[in-house]
Design a protein around this ligand. Structure first.
Ligand SMILES: *[C@@H]1O[C@H](CO)[C@@H](O)[C@H](O)[C@H]1NC(C)=O
Ligand SMILES: *[C@@H]1O[C@H](CO)[C@@H](O)[C@H](O)[C@H]1NC(C)=O
Ligand SMILES: *[C@@H]1O[C@H](CO)[C@@H](O)[C@H](O)[C@H]1NC(C)=O
Ligand SMILES: *[C@@H]1O[C@H](CO)[C@@H](O)[C@H](O)[C@H]1NC(C)=O
Ligand SMILES: *[C@@H]1O[C@H](CO)[C@@H](O)[C@H](O)[C@H]1NC(C)=O
Length: 336
């Protein structure tokens, strides 16, 4: 959600400089562009369906797009969300039943009364061409800018956790009633007075920890939580500092995270227990890398998918041919 702001050359160079001091500079996992479209101009978040198809949102489009990584067919818009300029986090609670955040923004500020959560059921599609009708789950009128979303627990089909990047809070939403409450308002989720005002960004629960990025404070951290209430059961733990991360994925075993470093053309790999991070892909196609998902089929369980926009020419510090939305696959080395 940074495309409009984050490309200022000086900002970019200073980020690059600070990162290269903090982290070793490597590019060692193969990247393949699997989708490259002029519209929408950027992608924001990804969910992976059980059959391997990817569902993508964009901050500059009200549609949910489907991309099939195994077929070269055209991307399809499968859901059109009403009364919004853009979509953010997307999460699945039951097989093929997805929830998506809609919000309007100017710059990185949310527009009041524009934050909603919608539900759509991919099984509702009678034919491949028929659009799916979304239903409204919640009008979150006290939210400022809802952004990342995660289910609370694998055994819970009604609770979603949602980050508010502007307020610096995490909400728990009950999708059966539409009601929400704040489960954390910790200082580590907020922005400092300077820099781009995007605090807590991506959030994902793995085991009994809620992992998060704070873009402004350059933190990747975790909070132990109750899997029944969502409330913290202990203090926030910083895993790595100096990481200006957007959304991310955590491996099923909870040992590794891959973070999209938006505006830094970079995918970062974090060794969670080792509390260390390294750059694994640096590519102009990841100029606006915004989220990461892990393949769910036998054929791509060692692959990551990254949503972005690009390409930005990192060498000259300028735009080359702007292709718009990018979906890239990154292949992890096979464990021998
Ligand atoms: C992106 O699409 C354009 C237009 O179809 C094409 O010329 C270009 O080679 C593509 N780039 C990649 C990396 O797929
Ligand atoms: C959000 O944007 C949509 C599309 O432009 C518009 O219809 C809607 O009224 C906007 N909502 C608010 C609260 O400004
Ligand atoms: C959402 O709730 C706010 C506050 O109650 C209200 O002003 C607004 O009209 C509602 N929006 C919609 C689309 O229902
Ligand atoms: C899911 O399991 C956890 C324990 O692992 C439990 O605390 C929680 O209440 C369960 N949630 C539901 C909805 O059953
Ligand atoms: C790159 O292109 C975008 C969209 O046209 C523009 O907003 C941005 O300022 C450009 N960035 C640079 C560094 O030229």
């Amino acid at each position: 959600m940074l495309r409009a702001l984050a490309l200022q050359h000086l900002v970019w160079l200073s980020i690059l400089f600070q990162l290269s001091l903090a982290l070793p500079w490597h590019t060692n996992y193969a990247l393949t562009v699997i989708k490259n479209v002029t519209q929408p101009q950027t992608f924001e978040n990804i969910a992976t369906r059980h059959n391997g198809q990817l569902l993508l949102t964009s901050t500059v489009s009200p549609k949910v797009y489907q991309v099939d990584p195994f077929r070269q067919r055209a991307m399809k818009a499968i859901v059109d969300i009403p009364h919004t300029a853009g979509l953010f986090g997307i999460a699945e609670l039951e097989e093929d039943i997805f929830y998506v955040i809609s919000a309007n923004m100017t710059g990185v500020q949310g527009i009041p009364n524009s934050n909603f959560v919608w539900k759509f059921d991919v099984r509702d599609r009678r034919t491949e061409r028929a659009p799916i009708s979304p239903s409204i789950v919640a009008n979150v009128s006290d939210a400022q800018l809802m952004n990342g979303m995660s289910r609370l627990a694998g055994n819970d089909t009604t609770s979603l956790l949602i980050s508010d990047s502007q307020a610096g809070r995490i909400y728990k939403l009950d999708v059966s009633t539409g009601s929400h409450r704040t489960i954390s308002d910790d200082d580590s989720l907020k922005s400092s007075p300077t820099g781009l005002q995007i605090g807590v960004n991506g959030i994902h629960v793995r085991g009994s920890h809620l992992f998060f990025t704070n873009f402004n404070k350059r933190i990747f951290g975790r909070i132990p939580i109750s899997l029944s209430t969502g409330f913290p059961t202990g203090p926030v733990e910083v895993i790595v500092n100096g990481v200006q991360g957007d959304d991310f994925a955590v491996s099923a075993d909870g040992k590794t995270a891959w973070i999209a470093l938006n505006s830094q053309s970079t995918l970062l790999e974090v060794d969670i227990s080792g509390k260390s991070a390294r750059v694994v892909v640096e590519s102009p196609y990841l100029e606006s890398a915004s989220s990461v998902s892990v393949g769910r089929t036998l054929f791509d369980r060692d692959s990551l998918y990254v949503s972005s926009a690009g390409p930005f020419n990192a060498v000259s510090g300028t735009n080359t041919t702007i292709t718009g939305g990018i979906v890239a696959r990154v292949d992890l080395p096979k464990v021998k």
